[in-house]
Design a protein around this ligand. Structure first.
Ligand SMILES: Nc1ncnc2c1ncn2[C@@H]1O[C@H](COP(=O)(O)OP(=O)(O)OP(=O)(O)O)[C@@H](O)[C@H]1O
Ligand SMILES: [Mg+2]
Length: 460
C-alpha cells in the first residue's frame, strides 16, 4: 500500500502541471505554425500519428510490467518482515544462510522486474527524439527548398522552427505524463483492491446494541474455515450455557476448542446453525456491542508496543490506576508489576517482547478483565502460569458470579471445579458433565485424568 500510494503521489506531483500546460502549448504551437506556413505544417500531420503509435506500443508493453514490479516489491517486503519478526526462530534453527538466499531470490526478482520495466520505459525518449528530429530535418529540407525557390524568407523558417521546438517539448512532456499515469493506474488498481475488499461479516441495519445476559447457546453449529474445505472443523455442536455458569472445555490438540469459542465474539460466523448470546443470534448484534460484552483471552495473544498502562487500557480506555491495579491483582500480575521500577509505565517493546510468557498471559488476562464483560473466555490462557498462581486467578474469577466463564485448558486441575465440563473430540462434543460424572462414565476423561494425576496428585 505505501509504495502504491507513493507512486500515485509522485504521479500527481510530477504529472499534474505538465498535463495542463503541454496540451495548451501543443495547441498554440501547431495553430501558429499552420498560420505561418500551412504547407510546412503538414509535416506535423504526418508525424503525429507515428508518435501516437509509439506511445501506445510503449504503454501497452510497460503497463503489465509495472504491476509485475509492484508484486516483486510486495514479495521483498514480506520476506524481510517474516525473517525479522521470526529472527529468534531463524537463529535457533541456524537458518540465516537460507533466509539470506531467500532474500537474494526476491531481491533478484525485483531487480529483473525493474530492469525489464525501465528498459522498455526509457525507449520512450530516444524513439520520440528520433521522430521529432526527423521532423525538424524534413522541415529544414522543405523549408530550404522553399527559400531557394523564393517562396519563403529565412526569418520565416527560423520563426517556424521555434514553434516546432515548442510542439516537440510539449509532446515529450505529454508522453512522460502518460508513462507516469500508466504506472499510477497500476497502483490505483491495487489500492482499490484493498479498499473494496468486503468484510465477510455483515451487520444488520437495525442492529441490537444491548446484550441481555451472559448466556451462550450453540444450536446445531457446524463450521469450516473455508467454504470450499471438505471437512468441518466443528460438527453439529449443541450446547447450552446459562448466564453465570463456569464451563471447562478440554480435548486433544486440534479438537476445535479454539474454533468453538471464537464463534462467540463473532471472530468467524458459523457455517450452519446459530450461536446465541443473551438469547439472541450473534448476527443480530452490533459487532462492537457484542465484542464489548464478550471478553476473550486468545490462545495466541499479543501485546502491543507502548507501556503496560497503554496495553491494559485497551480493556477500558477510561480506567483509573486503582482499576488497573485491581485487574492486575485478579490476574496475579501485580506481583511482578510492583517489582518493576517503572510499574505500569514499563515499556513493553514491540509486540510485548520485554515480558516473559507467563507475565504476558497475566497481562492479557488483566486487559480482558478490565472490559467487565458478560462472557469471559480463556483460551488456554494460563498454560504458562504455575499452578499455585493459576489457583489464585481462578479464585478471583469465581467472585465474578454473574459473568459466564468459559475456560479452555490442557490441565484438568484448571477446569475440575467448573459447573460443567465439555469434552471435545475431533470437532464434536464427546461428553458434557461435571467432574464426578465424567470421571465415572467417560473413557476419554478418565484417560486424561489418570495420565495427569499420576504424579503428586495436584498438578499432574
Ligand atoms: N485459521 C484456520 N484456517 C484453517 N484451519 C484452521 C484454522 N485454525 C484452525 N484450523 C483447523 O481447525 C481445527 C481445529 O483447530 P483449533 O485451533 O480449534 O484446535 P484446538 O482444539 O484449539 O487445538 P489446541 O489445543 O492445539 O489449541 C484444526 O484441525 C486446525 O487445523
Ligand atoms: Mg486452541
Amino acid at each position: 500500500m505505501t509504495t502504491d500510494v507513493t507512486v500515485m503521489q509522485n504521479a500527481v506531483n510530477g504529472g499534474l502541471r505538465p498535463l495542463v500546460r503541454s496540451p495548451v502549448m501543443l495547441g498554440m504551437g501547431v495553430g501558429l505554425s499552420f498560420l505561418m506556413n500551412a504547407r510546412l505544417a503538414l509535416i506535423f500531420v504526418i508525424c503525429a500519428p507515428i508518435l501516437g503509435i509509439i506511445l501506445a506500443l510503449i504503454v501497452h508493453k510497460v503497463g503489465p510490467l509495472y504491476s509485475r514490479q509492484q508484486t516483486a516489491v510486495d514479495h521483498l517486503n514480506r520476506q524481510i518482515q517474516e525473517s525479522l519478526t521470526g529472527i529468534r526462530a531463524v537463529k535457533a534453527f541456524v537458518r540465516g544462510d537460507f533466509e539470506e538466499a531467500q532474500f537474494q531470490q526476491v531481491s533478484q526478482e525485483l531487480t529483473d522486474a525493474s530492469r525489464t520495466t525501465f528498459q522498455n520505459a526509457v525507449l520512450n525518449l530516444p524513439a520520440f527524439q528520433l521522430v521529432m528530429y526527423s521532423c525538424v530535418v524534413l522541415i529544414m529540407w522543405f523549408g530550404g527548398n522553399l527559400i531557394m525557390a523564393g517562396e519563403m524568407k529565412v526569418g520565416e523558417l527560423t520563426g517556424f522552427l521555434s514553434y516546432v521546438l515548442q510542439v516537440m517539448n510539449s509532446l515529450m512532456m505529454i508522453s512522460n505524463v502518460f508513462l507516469l499515469l500508466t504506472r499510477s493506474l497500476t497502483s490505483a488498481r491495487r489500492i482499490c483492491q484493498v479498499l473494496e475488499e468486503e468484510p465477510d461479516l455483515e451487520q444488520p441495519e437495525q442492529a441490537e446494541s444491548c446484550v441481555a445476559d451472559g448466556s451462550v447457546d450453540f444450536d446445531h453449529v457446524s463450521f469450516k474455515y473455508r467454504a470450499e474445505a471438505e471437512k468441518f472443523a466443528l460438527h453439529d455442536v449443541t450446547l447450552h450455557i446459562a448466564a453465570g455458569e463456569t464451563v471447562g472445555i478440554i480435548g486433544g490438540t486440534g479438537s476445535a476448542k479454539s474454533t468453538l469459542v471464537q464463534l462467540i465474539p463473532r471472530l468467524y460466523d458459523a457455517s450452519q446453525g446459530t450461536v446465541r448470546v443473551g438469547g439472541r443470534d450473534v448476527r443480530d448484534y452490533d459487532l462492537t456491542a457484542l465484542r464489548d460484552a464478550v471478553g476473550i483471552v486468545l490462545q495466541k495473544n499479543v501485546l502491543f508496543s507502548g507501556t503496560i498502562r497503554d496495553n491494559l487500557k485497551w480493556g477500558s480506555p477510561s480506567a483509573t490506576d486503582e482499576e488497573l491495579w485491581a485487574a492486575c491483582r485478579a490476574a496475579c500480575a501485580d506481583e511482578f508489576l510492583s517489582r518493576m521500577p517503572k510499574g505500569l509505565d514499563t515499556d513493553l517493546g514491540q509486540g510485548g517482547v520485554n515480558v516473559s510468557g507467563g507475565q504476558k498471559q497475566r497481562l492479557c488476562i488483566a486487559r480482558t478483565l478490565l472490559k467487565n464483560p458478560k462472557v469471559l473466555i480463556f483460551d488456554d490462557s494460563t498454560s504458562a502460569v504455575d499452578t499455585a498462581t493459576e489457583g489464585r486467578i481462578r479464585k478471583a474469577l469465581a467472585q465474578r458470579r454473574d459473568v459466564t466463564k468459559l475456560i479452555i485448558a490442557q490441565r484438568l486441575t484448571s477446569v475440575m471445579d467448573a459447573d460443567k465440563i465439555v469434552v471435545l473430540e475431533d470437532g464434536r462434543i464427546h461428553a458434557v458433565g461435571t467432574h464426578a460424572q465424567l470421571l465415572a462414565q467417560d473413557p476419554i476423561y478418565q484417560e486424561i485424568y489418570h495420565s495427569q494425576m499420576k504424579g503428586d496428585g495436584t498438578d499432574g
